[in-house]
Design a protein around this ligand. Sequence first.
Ligand code: 5IU
Length: 498
Amino acid sequence: MNSLTEISRNGAMKRNLLRLMLKAGVFKFGEFQLKSGQISPIYIDLRECIGYPKLLRLISEALSVLIQKSGVEYSGVLGVPYAALPYATFAAGEFLEKPLLIVRKEAKAYGTKKLIEGPYQPDDQLVIIEDVVTTGASILEVVGTLKAESLVSNNVFCILDREQGGAYKLYEAGVNLHSLLDMKTVLTFLYSVGAITEEQWNDIFVALNLNFMAPLKLSIDTELEDLNSLPYVDCSRTPLNERESLTESPLNKKIISLMKNKKSNLCLAIDYTTTEQVLQMVELAGPFVLAIKLHADAITDFNEEFTKKLVTMANDINFIIFEDRKFGDTGNTNLLQLSGAQKIASWADVVTVHAVQGNDSIGGVFRKLALDPAYRLSGVLLIAQLSTKGSLTALPGYTESAVEIANNNRDVVSGFIAQTRVSACSDLLNWTPGVNLDAKTDSAGQQWRGVDQAIDIQQNDIVIVGRGVTSSSEPVQQLKRYRQIAWDALTKNDTSIH
Ligand code: 5IU
């Protein structure tokens, strides 16, 4: 498979990495003199990555996935000093659970005088982790040192192959190079997001002496198609009890306590258009769900009596009232809308808010109302990723910026609406729509996946299910089924629950 086919196949993970790298300042643009004497318009400085914990973790995980997928047999992971050591350490200890070995640049002048640190026996097979491979010369040096100790290492896994002949040199020496990224992947990404122009593309190919190819733009649609296969930002879910005590948001304390009491991480999306239909479904669903999600402006006979009944039921049966209004205006307009005709802030516990309006608007008005006991509203969920095809939330940096806003406003932001876990902070909750156990799509662009994908793989916490329940002829049976499957998936390794 060539690297570009791979971009579109396995692309979401790589693009996620590349986006974070772009944000971390890995790609520097200007005039840089290369070893060859040529001037390059780009300098790729992977060392910037270790300053960003999420990026460091993601790269280590991606390397681990690459190692696992390769099918190579090995008994230990060898990191090449210094730049690759953080990744090798993380990959070996956290994801692969294999011993870590380090090869010294010079033997110690005292003590053991060993060149290789870590446990090994003659004939052991090792995988080598390196950050960047340029000509392959330094890897061959390492392989030679290992050979002298009778260690076998025919496979090198690197973050970036600079495509300067390294892969071929290694191949000649019987060593396979597996790279997470190569120059064509990096440049295609940079060109697609507008970080480099066509002229820069051409200059870079000439300066680096790369095999020329025409600039290729990836479409955002391709990216969204791959959103569901985005891997894990954070693999280990913190036990619920710990999350409950960690969170600064009073709403999250209530949500987590409710989750534990009701053994439910299920939110029912009731998209009915009359108050009577909605209340009937709420009565059926109340005992099984953590939250009821509404679109109040889709209810044709919406009135105050309806919200009074809803609040009484929420207090009696214990569930969260979630109004999915997706506020996205100036702070002042948000305030007017929250307390306007529908008096949303007085009956909803939580509302959705678009991150697009920025930090101050979200931290200002929403905090003011959420912390005021005169209103029922006590938190917001930021839209970090929309599930619709072509959504602009997939643009570089959007989701990361939403996460930043949440980090700055932890007392009022309860978490996110997203497809995959977007923050490693365990006090923030990830709610995810687009879950259905029996269907994959509707006729209007919705993309559904199962609970195992949403909770196990994409590491969400709360599943939002709509028509999987509301269009069923046996909604109670479906509620029980979804609740059980989602709760089992969330808590299967949670020692604070079992
Ligand atoms: N919803 C989505 N996708 C999104 C967001 C919200 O489906 O990205 I943000 C809403 C729409 C509907 C519910 O109210 O979640 C899902 O219901 P269904 O399971 O019936 O598609």
